[in-house]
Design a protein around this ligand. Structure first.
Ligand SMILES: *Cc1c(COP(=O)(O)O)cnc(C)c1O
Length: 395
């Protein structure tokens, strides 16, 4: 008799995860995502969210979301190309384009889905995509969906990028260089000025996924392109509305013709329902807030620098971050999970990040400092790092 429906092959694989000490149980958040949260029934300091600016539970964003629900309902009712394109979707794209200092913006339902849809739409058979080896999973998946040929360059290694260009560029029609703006696991910033120079030298287009740069880098969070003053020289800038902006969604910013084309060939826009009114209302308010003040990004950077300085005194390996993302590298996968578990017992939630999200042997807990933390909360977190680090003989 067949036992195929017991999914024995998955049971075996899950058992293996347990044996390796990397089996995951989802933490349960009771209440809003704040600097201090109720997690699994316990009050803890939250060092694990992408809610950089504290917008996820911001009163003004909530009010805007509620107003949008009152006027537009809870769902958009269709994909954008049929009748799910409301005036608030149009208005959001106008405001976002202004904020990003680009001609046009096309909004998607998430950053993930933006990469899954945009990369395949803007490349063809006979083209070449060159991608940084540490690019985000959604870029890797997006590239897989493209009919173009693919090549990878060593992380942020400009000599290696040029090697690939020299070897391959002349065999292809169009060439697209793709990089994260900020690398989410280490917090380092892409070498965009050099990438742009190489792109121009070899007649390539550039695609920057700035999920961790939007709302963080540049003037009032305008992103990595703004940080390096490269407006007009990056062809496709991807941002997320799910991290610093605090809600959900993603977008491509660039030329008007990019937007026209994605409207016809961006599959998530054609085959998946548009963002709900509450999200659109809240995001529009977030963009207005960032356009009116640098208060949030200033506080984010103040907190990030303060935390890094205090943590740096303890002697952990904190990698090469240039942004508020602060990795504390432990190494071994099981030890990383144990470290995070002990931190949680002592009142600090800092999530473990292990293979396959990062390479084997570079397990880490990744601290995400936000504008919403107080110095007191950050100091308490540092003291728990010290206690656990000593207990596990890491410092
Ligand atoms: C988080 C992230 C995404 C996905 O964004 P979502 O809006 O959460 O889907 C895409 N790219 C990069 C580089 C990211 O860090």
């Amino acid at each position: 008799m067949s036992n195929v429906h017991e999914l024995k092959y998955l049971q075996d694989q899950v058992r293996e995860l347990k044996e390796q000490g990397v089996y995951r149980v989802l933490p349960v958040l009771e209440g809003a995502n704040e600097a201090e949260v109720m997690l699994n029934g316990k009050a803890v300091i939250n060092l694990s969210s992408n809610n950089y600016l504290g917008f996820a539970n911001h009163p003004k964003l909530k009010k805007a979301a509620i107003e949008a629900v009152e006027k537009y309902g809870v769902g958009s009712g269709a994909v954008r190309t049929i009748i799910g394109n409301m005036d608030i979707h149009e208005q959001l794209e106008v405001e976002l384009a202004k904020f990003k200092r680009e001609e046009a913006v096309m909004v998607f339902q998430s950053g993930f889905n933006c990469n899954a849809g945009a990369i395949q739409a803007i490349t063809n058979k006979g083209d070449l995509i060159i991608s940084d080896e540490l690019n985000h999973a959604s870029i890797i998946d997006g590239v897989k969906l493209s009919k173009a040929d693919k090549a990878v360059f060593k992380h942020s290694d400009m000599a290696d990028l040029e090697r690939v260009l020299k070897e391959k560029r002349s065999n292809y029609e169009n060439c697209l260089i793709i990089t994260d703006g900020v690398f989410s696991m280490d917090g380092d910033i892409a070498k965009l000025p050099e990438i742009v120079e190489l792109a121009e030298k070899y007649n390539c287009m550039t695609y920057v996924d700035d999920a961790h740069g939007s709302g963080v880098l540049g003037e009032s969070g305008r992103g990595t392109v703004d940080h390096f003053h490269l407006h007009g020289r990056i062809d496709f800038t991807i941002g997320t509305l799910s991290k610093a902006i605090g809600v959900i969604g993603g977008y491509v910013a660039g030329r008007k013709v990019m937007k026209e084309w994605l409207l016809h060939r961006g599959r998530p826009l054609l085959f998946s329902t548009s963002l709900p009114p509450a999200a659109v209302g809240a995001i529009t308010e977030a963009v207005a807030l960032l356009s009116s003040t640098t208060e949030y990004t200033d506080r984010l950077w103040h907190n990030a620098n303060f935390f890094k300085e205090e943590l740096g005194k303890l002697g952990f390996n904190t990698g090469s971050s240039e942004t508020p993302i602060t990795p504390v590298i432990i190494g071994d996968e099981a030890q990383t999970v144990a470290f995070s578990k002990r931190m949680l017992e002592l009142g600090v939630f800092v999530s473990p990040i292990i293979f396959p999200t990062v390479p084997k042997g570079t397990g880490r807990v990744r601290c995400m400092v936000t504008a919403a933390h107080t110095e007191e909360q950050l100091l308490k977190a540092v003291s728990v790092f010290e206690a656990v680090g000593k207990e596990m003989k890491l410092i």
